[in-house]
Ligand binder design. Structure first.
Ligand code: SAM
Length: 282
């Protein structure tokens, strides 16, 4: 042939790979403290405001975990960043919890909290809120202690690799995954997001569950000096990605960012919550 089709497709692959590399380089300026300050203090984490976004996220996760259908040996949180709020309900249902992030600075921030070192972020109000959703009257410090004991490892992850956790965890060995604001925040576009979803899906056992929270129609967010670009897509596209990947969607919810939550640190329009279950066989 004249080779016209071929260079086009290989150019596309080259373009995509270099964009993924550029995103990785951009993340080197990600500032965990600034990111926490932008997203995990009031108004976004205001436990007295029923419209606040963090309480909405915690309720979605708590409801799925209260179903009695999720549990097992190993829970992996993909792209934990410097945060633990996303596992506060699910961790109770597994023997071992593994936190992961692409950046060493975020893994260090997590270890600071796990070891109760000075300067660690205070997840107390978040833990207290999850205890009040559970309504068992348990002192929140007990949940904090259990979580710190339950986390066995904090390890590197790259969702653009076919084995996102390398040799640490083989495909098909994980009982459940949690992931919040990770895949869209490190993918150049929707196809790359779908590919990343495929990569992390490979970690899951058949019948395993995923709890995913993600940004809707967001193009960027700030984390100190860093301005990260985000793959922007709709809730329908989120749902379709899971269906096409062979999941059964068990719950799907979305949240529209109220004006009061727009604080100039990103342009996120909404948030989706997906509880999906990998089919037993495909
Ligand atoms: N899960 C946290 C939360 O809910 O706030 C952090 C989300 S933050 C927006 C995106 C995270 O993705 C960062 O912690 C970043 O280090 C991580 N990340 C960047 N590139 C990645 C990659 N290739 N694979 C996995 N995670 C990546």
């Amino acid at each position: 042939g004249d080779g016209k089709g071929e260079p086009f497709s290989s150019n596309r692959i080259t373009a995509n790979m270099s964009t993924i590399k550029a995103i990785a380089e951009n993340y080197q300026t990600f500032n965990p403290a600034a990111y926490l300050q932008n997203n995990y203090v009031p108004p976004r984490a205001d436990f007295s405001n029923p419209d606040s976004v963090v309480p909405w996220k915690l309720k979605c996760l708590a409801d799925a975990c209260a179903s009695g259908e999720i549990g097992g040996q190993i829970l992996v949180d993909i792209g934990s960043g410097p945060t633990v709020y996303q596992v506060l309900s699910a961790f109770e249902l597994f023997k071992e919890v593994i936190l992961t992030d692409f950046l060493a600075v975020n893994r260090e921030e997590l270890k600071k909290w796990l070891h109760d070192e000075p300067g660690a972020f205070d997840w107390g109000p978040f833990i207290n809120h999850v205890c009040s959703i559970e309504g068992k009257g348990e002192p929140w410090q007990e949940k904090r202690k259990r979580l710190r004991e339950r986390v066995s490892r904090v390890i590197p992850v790259n969702v653009h690799q076919p084995c996102p956790l390398g040799t640490e965890l083989a495909p098909g060995t994980v009982d459940a995954l949690v992931s919040s604001f990770c895949l869209e925040a490190c993918s150049p576009d929707y196809p790359a997001f779908v590919k990343a979803l495929q990569n992390i899906t490979g970690l899951l056992k058949p019948g395993g569950h995923v709890l995913m929270i993600g940004a809707l129609e967001e193009s960027y967010f700030l984390a100190g000096e860093a301005k990260l670009s985000v793959a922007s897509f709709t809730e329908e596209m989120t749902r379709k990605a899971f269906q096409d990947m062979g999941y059964v969607i068990r719950d799907f919810r979305s949240y529209t960012m109220p004006e009061s939550m727009k604080v100039g640190v990103d342009d996120v329009k909404g948030i989706s919550f997906v509880w999906a279950q990998k089919k037993e066989s495909n």
